[in-house]
Design a protein around this ligand. Structure first.
Ligand code: NAD
Length: 476
């Protein structure tokens, strides 16, 4: 493995943007306007903890306001910095445009190792951070709507929603100020699993395109494919679990902070996650191989590699050694621009982050709409749908009896046919439709244009064209 220094995360996103924008016909200056980050607010605040005041540094970056509100998660990690937050905000702009969610791009981060704090301390810190952002409209249902990211989840989103509501007691839409909330605080069914579920739907759609599958040197379906997952957090865990349980893929390795587990017969993500919860890492998990240098397992032989932890893990130093023919970027920015070029030259097919992990923001969009409409999806239609279905079933049964035809509907068909869609089914249906449509758009651009040689460039081109169209419509 080499040891060469790479450009920063934001520079990497910009390099990918520039590669794509060269294929788009834009009026002078518009490319720069789209690429540039509008603003980044840095806040330093103190919280009294364990008898002394501790100072924290946080960021909220707004990349593009061509549509409002702007949208993007809040990350809690020790190494959070302005460059990273701006890169992630830019990716949000392109992602939202690509999957047609009506948002601009934003992102936030707090420099903190959440594992070092008690729950009540984390609540104090999160509420204070939320207060600092909300008082500058950097959390606001109409202007800036955060969501979970690395190190944050439903619990933090509930604290943020409550903090905003306390500061805006008459705002009837207060709950729409943040997404990824628990159900009892205005969340939506299917949000926790959404990004991992989106990765599964993305892969399913990819395998519905045999010509694209062939370009990766693969064939057939997801069944039996050997999958390596890096990061068994929210995104990686759900992706691995669904691919194994519903598509018969084999999870041959899981890479975590403290090393990797390898098993050619396959790992059970539920069991590994439970082990991590009890033991703080993967080490010691029974019956499989343990590799201390987890990073080296990225280079193992497999069919599909799913980096789902953090950025820059596949870089100029290890790209040449990657053996996976297909990589799906569940994390944001796991492949640097240099590595991307090396992999492309090797013929590796990369399903890019701005598409692959867009399931989260898609279901966040549904949650935001639910909060603004103040009613759960399916509440008005479900029983009406069931009554309509029952009419048809009864009529078929009557006809069969009257004419002595002896028709009998299978009980399982009848049960399923008579069931109206609830919120979870509607969310999954909306997410599936979004992921299918976006892939079809990207694939068409990839396959129909002789100047476009990869899915990432195709995805960026579509996103840039849509952001540009928004600016044009505004008269800019
Ligand atoms: P998470 O905090 O739930 O999980 C991250 C996992 O990665 C943890 O299990 C952690 O132990 C592991 N990890 C950390 N450092 C590692 C390392 N060096 N090697 C191996 N594993 C390591 O975070 P998440 O929400 O699952 O986010 C993961 C990625 O997905 C991030 O890039 C994030 O921006 C992106 N993403 C998340 C969402 C979402 O809805 N949560 C949406 C879109 C994109």
């Amino acid at each position: 493995m080499l040891d060469v220094k790479e450009p920063g995360f934001r520079e990497n996103v910009d390099l990918m943007f520039h590669r794509a924008v060269a294929h788009v016909d834009l009026p002078p200056g518009l490319a720069e306007k789209i690429q540039i980050c509008n603003s980044t607010y840095t806040v330093r605040f103190g919280v009294r903890l364990r008898g002394k005041i501790e100072t924290f540094v946080g960021y909220r970056s707004v990349h593009s306001e061509h549509m409002e509100p702007v949208k993007g998660g809040i990350r809690f990690a020790p190494e959070v910095n302005q460059n990273e937050v701006e890169a992630l905000a830019a990716l949000m702009t392109y992602k939202c445009a690509l999957v047609e969610t009506p948002f601009g791009g934003s992102k936030g981060g707090l420099c903190i190792d959440p594992r070092k704090y008690e729950e009540h301390e984390l609540e104090q810190i999160t509420r204070r951070f939320a207060y600092e952002l909300a008082k500058r409209d950097l959390i606001h249902p109409a202007q800036n709507v955060p969501a979970p990211d690395m190190g944050t989840g439903e619990r933090e989103m509930a604290w943020i929603a409550d903090q905003y509501a306390r500061m805006n007691t008459t705002d009837i839409n207060a709950r729409a100020c943040v997404t990824g909330k628990p159900l009892n605080s205005g969340g939506i069914k299917g949000r926790v699993e959404a990004t991992g579920r989106g990765v599964q739907y993305a892969l399913r759609e990819f395998f519905r395109h045999p010509d694209d599958v062939k370009k990766a040197g693969l064939s057939g379906s997801l069944a039996g494919k050997r999958v390596i997952v890096q990061g068994l957090g929210n995104v990686g865990f759900h992706a691995a679990k669904f691919l194994r349980e519903e598509d018969d893929a084999i999870i041959t390795a899981v890479i975590e902070r403290d090393g990797a587990l390898v098993s050619k017969d396959g790992l059970d993500p539920d069991a590994v996650r439970e082990w991590i919860g009890q033991n703080g890492g993967v080490k010691g998990f029974p019956g499989v191989d343990y590799v201390e240098n987890g990073q080296s397992v990225l280079e193992m032989d497999c069919d599909i590699l799913i980096p789902a932890a953090l950025e820059g893990v596949i870089n100029i130093n290890n790209a040449g050694d990657i053996k996976a023919p297909l990589i799906i970027e569940a994390a944001n920015g796991p492949i640097t621009a240099n590595a991307d070029e090396i992999l492309r030259e090797k013929g590796v097919v990369i399903i890019p982050d701005l598409y692959a992990n867009a399931g989260g923001v898609t279901v966040s969009y549904f949650e935001w709409v639910k909060n603004l409409s103040h009613i759960r999806f399916g509440r008005m239609q479900r029983r009406n749908e069931e009554a309509h279905a029952l009419l048809l079933v009864k009529e078929l049964e009557r006809l069969s009896a009257d004419k002595g035809l002896g028709w009998e509907l299978k009980p399982d068909f009848k049960r399923r046919y008579l069931q109206g869609a609830d919120e979870l089914q509607l969310v999954r249906s909306g997410l599936d439709d979004t992921m299918r449509k976006a892939y079809q758009d990207i694939s068409e651009t990839w396959n129909s244009r002789s100047d476009v040689h990869d899915l990432r460039t195709a995805a960026f081109i579509l996103a840039i064209e849509r952001v540009a169209a928004s600016y044009r419509a505004k008269g800019l």
